[in-house]
Design a protein around this ligand. Structure first.
Ligand code: OAD
Length: 266
């Protein structure tokens, strides 16, 4: 027999699983913490990139607009000499938390996930009902018509132009000062306005508009569930808050949801 002392998260995992299994339209918001166990550094917190190196300049998008060709030359240079984040993204693989979320999507419990991560790991884990609100570092995007294409190689001409509309193409990653692409924003509004439960995994939930979509669900009186290494600004509003590594917690939550639903495949 296990006691709460042996398994401090057991009861909260069961409560979180029950809320997820009961919800008719659960969405999730994920952040850098879900990819920490894949070797990708977070932004804030103890070992966060910005804690160590300071925040990046806030005028990145102005620089792109002022001179897209120069901006592309910098991208090419960064590919040759990658910084810590760029280097960590290259060979990163999904971890247990990404796979657990993919399983929750597969069995129909998780209806949509908004991720702030640009690493593409949710996709690699098999998730399809996904909005990458800050873009995907493995893609390019037309600034005019938002058509996306794989970012396999540095383009030959700076700046590259869209095959469809001739607009200027940039990487899909959303920079400081850059508006969220309208198609992503629209999907986030649509999905969060339907939701009756929200699961937040590995995010400080301090960046707008991403965090607003999760808060909106809570403000309508629906349960919020937090999975994070540490407490955050949203902890006090959560029906259940679990504080430990996302990999193990999410695996256990997914297993518990499947147990509650019998086979879990209906
Ligand atoms: P942060 O770096 O702000 O927060 C990461 C969160 O993950 C923190 O709350 C950590 O405690 C938690 N964490 C770390 N390791 C974890 C683990 N193994 N398991 C669970 N949780 C863990 O990242 P975000 O909230 O994603 O946007 O930041 C949001 C946005 O801020 C980013 O998308 C970025 C930045 O502005 C852009 O660059 C556009």
């Amino acid at each position: 027999m296990t006691t709460p002392h042996d398994d401090p998260h057991g009861e909260d995992i069961r409560r979180a699983a029950a809320l997820l299994a009961d919800a008719s339209y659960c969405i999730a918001l994920t952040g850098a913490g879900i990819s920490a166990e894949s070797g990708i550094p977070t932004f804030r917190g103890k070992d966060g990139l910005w804690t160590k190196h300071g925040e990046p300049p806030l005028n990145q998008f102005d620089e792109f607009r002022d001179s897209p060709a120069d901006w592309w030359r910098n991208v090419a240079e960064r590919r040759r000499n990658p910084d810590e984040l760029t280097a960590s993204l290259v060979n990163a693989q999904p971890n247990d938390a990404h796979f657990a979320m993919a399983e929750l999507e597969r069995i129909g419990v998780l209806k949509h996930t908004i991720t702030q991560n640009v690493d593409g790991l949710h996709r690699l884990a098999g998730m399809e009902r996904l909005t990458e609100i800050h873009g995907n570092s493995r893609l390019l995007r037309c600034t005019q018509c938002t058509t996306r294409s794989p970012f396999d190689e540095i383009p030959e001409i700076f700046p590259p132009r869209c095959d469809h509309c001739g607009g200027i193409v940039k990487t899909d990653t959303v920079m400081f000062g850059e508006p969220i692409p309208p198609d992503a924003l629209e999907r986030c509004y649509r999905e969060s306005s339907r939701a009756d439960c929200v699961l937040l995994v590995g995010t400080t939930a301090v960046v707008s508009p991403a965090a607003d979509f999760a808060f909106a669900v809570g403000q309508r009186g629906h349960p919020m569930i937090e999975v994070n290494l540490d407490p955050t600004v949203i902890t006090q509003y959560c029906a259940v808050a679990l504080h430990d590594k996302a990999g193990e917690l999410m695996s256990r939550i997914a297993a518990s949801v499947k147990e509650l639903r019998g086979s879990g495949d209906q």
